[in-house]
Design a protein around this ligand. Structure first.
Ligand SMILES: NC(=O)c1ccc[n+]([C@@H]2O[C@H](COP(=O)([O-])OP(=O)(O)OC[C@H]3O[C@@H](n4cnc5c(N)ncnc54)[C@H](OP(=O)(O)O)[C@@H]3O)[C@@H](O)[C@H]2O)c1
Length: 243
């Protein structure tokens, strides 16, 4: 698929991996819709750093836990920027939920943001993609889905669901739309990483280091430039999944 001047929606693009992916898509010639939830400042910084700035790219706010907000986000994005050709389902939440103290609210939050939102985002953009005969969806999954971390079961379950959703969407939207997932290992530690210990994820990997945003950006670029890959999950995890 030709990417030049096409529109990409990147969720959670005001910070960290989403911001890096938005920058890369703009470098590839795409017009980017930068979605954010609370990081308005980060979203503005993202757009200001892109070639063409605010005259070429768009910033939109939405709480993706609400399906009505998802519909409104996509509607506004397409009204202002044109049809969405690429969807990067990047926004997610991640925090410890020990089995015996996890609340219903925490479960609902993680499943709504990490799994329900990508489904309804895909549903909302994919009809147009299919009718126009092309489109790409990339879901940010996680290397923990095969061996879920016991203190993060709702998060791991949401990402395992997203693996299944990726394969199902690839089937449902073929042949016009390619749908793939990227399964990062630890590439960026959370801002409050002092509370979490990542030494074992480094130790239990083949390459013995944490990855970088660049590692993920390169995987996104590959999946966007390839037209013969769909329904797959690409681990970018320093060999953690085969350790
Ligand atoms: N970092 C890693 O090492 C790693 C490892 C494995 C998988 N991943 C996956 O890669 C993706 C990006 O990771 P990251 O570490 O860059 O994520 P992050 O820093 O935790 O950022 C999460 C993003 O989700 C957005 N978000 C949170 N709640 C939201 C809501 N209710 N509605 C809409 N958006 C909301 C945030 O938006 P605001 O900031 O605007 O509020 C933020 O942009 C995630 O899917 C994550 O699970 C990351």
């Amino acid at each position: 698929m030709e990417l030049q001047d096409k529109v990409a929606l990147v969720t959670g693009a005001g910070v960290r991996l989403g911001q890096a992916v938005a920058q890369q898509l703009a470098q590839l010639g795409m017009r980017v819709v930068i979605h954010y939830h609370h990081s308005e400042k980060g979203a503005k910084q993202t757009v200001q750093g892109l070639p063409g700035g605010e005259s070429r790219h768009l910033i939109l706010q939405a709480d993706l836990k609400e399906v009505s907000s998802i519909k409104e986000l996509v509607h506004t994005a397409e009204e202002k920027s044109g049809p969405i050709s690429v969807l990067i389902n990047n926004a997610a939440d991640f925090f410890p939920t020990p089995l015996f103290s996890t609340t219903e609210e925490e479960w609902d939050h993680l499943l709504a943001l990490n799994l329900k939102a990508p489904f309804f985002l895909a549903q909302t953009v994919a009809e147009g993609m299919k009718s126009r005969g092309e489109g790409k969806i990339i879901n940010m999954v996680d290397s923990s889905t095969e061996r879920p971390w016991v203190s993060f079961l709702p998060y791991c379950t949401s990402k395992a669901g997203l693996v299944s959703l990726t394969k199902g969407l690839a089937r449902a939207l073929s042949p016009e739309v390619q749908v793939n997932g990227i399964a990062p290992g630890t590439v960026l530690t959370p801002p409050d990483h002092a509370k979490m210990d990542f030494s074992s994820s480094v130790e239990h990997s083949l390459l013995k280091r944490i990855g970088s945003a660049e590692d993920i950006v390169q995987a996104v670029e590959y999946l966007l430039l390839s037209d013969f890959v769909t329904g797959t999950i690409l681990p970018v995890d320093g060999g953690r999944s085969v350790y």
